[in-house]
Design a protein around this ligand. Structure first.
Ligand SMILES: NC(=O)c1ccc[n+]([C@@H]2O[C@H](COP(=O)([O-])OP(=O)(O)OC[C@H]3O[C@@H](n4cnc5c(N)ncnc54)[C@H](O)[C@@H]3O)[C@@H](O)[C@H]2O)c1
Length: 282
């Protein structure tokens, strides 16, 4: 099936980036959120992102303007998904919320629409388990920041059809990213490895290491492009904590989130999105 219209549910850090890369590739995009202010923020984020690409000579001003014109925002869920060939859900990392959205998608979407989730760690089969059919449900795990990161994990649930995988892979390639197939266990490939790294980092901070030293060590000695404290601030501490909790539930005690990680989440020290994590942000 050919994908022309993409609907994105959740206009946060990820949803707005997904809107930007989809619009640049020529898709008509509808971005929806329960928060009107978040939709305004997303539009400004995309405008800023396109502006930077023009400054760097990667897009012409005309291409940036036509990309922006392809993004509509809407606060009506039913209206925004009814015409979509591909839906990408990017709301908070919460199983019940995602399951509710997928149940609604089954009601409002065209029967052939591909229904993707950008979940970081929740098994796709479990999200789809509340639906009548899981054949068109798939994981499309973008990395943060979406416009810059080249890889996208594609996660096939137990019931996902070959057609759904083929249509999703074609979409990911058309937006200029590399699809990587990951098996449907909590955390897939990327979150499973990175969440453990970030949780271990929290333990080391409790033992007295300074965030800036951990980051410099991993950047200068291990060649990581970004140390784990900066990474945790970028991803959001709550996302890493949910990832660990999901993996602990499915894969065992080894994945228990460190109590200090939980405390930081409760204190709102999520990172860039709240302006304060290990570092301060404007
Ligand atoms: N932040 C990352 O680095 C990262 C990376 C990969 C995947 N993810 C995943 O992407 C998803 C979104 O993460 P984020 O960091 O963009 O979160 P975020 O908190 O920045 O944005 C979530 C958005 O969802 C909206 N929302 C909540 N309930 C909604 C509903 N019922 N309908 C429509 N919108 C609703 C919120 O208003 C908010 O704007 C999560 O599943 C997360 O695990 C995040």
């Amino acid at each position: 099936m050919e994908i022309k219209n993409v609907a994105i549910i959740g206009a946060g850090a990820m949803g707005s980036g997904i809107a930007q890369v989809s619009a640049i590739a020529g898709y008509s995009v509808t971005l929806t959120d329960v928060s009107a202010s978040q939709l305004d923020k997303a539009k400004r984020f995309v405008e800023g992102g396109l502006g930077k690409l023009v400054q760097k000579g990667k897009l012409t001003a005309e291409e940036a303007a036509s990309s922006l014109s392809r993004i509509k925002t809407s606060d009506s869920f039913g209206e925004s998904v009814s015409d979509a060939d591909l839906v990408i859900e990017a709301v908070f990392e919460n199983l019940e919320l995602k399951q509710k959205i997928f149940r609604d998608l089954e009601k409002y979407c065209k029967p052939a629409a591909v229904l993707g989730s950008n979940t970081s760690a929740l098994p796709i089969t479990e999200i789809a388990s509340v639906m009548k059919s899981g054949s068109r449900v798939i994981g499309i795990h973008f990395m943060n920041p979406v416009p810059l990161m080249r890889g996208v994990e594609i996660i096939r649930g137990q019931l996902t059809s070959d057609e759904t995988v083929a249509a999703t892979t074609a979409y990911v390639k058309r937006i200029g990213k590399e699809p990587i197939i990951a098996i449907d266990y909590a955390g897939f490939i990327v979150s499973r490895l990175l969440d453990v790294l970030m949780n271990e980092t929290i333990k080391m901070i409790q033992e007295g290491n300074r965030p800036e030293d951990i980051d410099r060590a991993m950047e200068l000695c291990a060649g990581h492009p970004m140390g784990p404290c900066k990474l945790l601030d970028l991803v959001g501490a709550e996302i890493a904590m949910h990832g660990m909790e999901t993996m602990m539930r499915d894969l065992g005690e080894y994945y228990r989130p460190h109590p200090l990680l939980k405390k930081r989440v409760l204190a709102g020290l999520l990172g860039k999105k709240t302006g304060q994590g290990f570092y301060k942000y404007e």
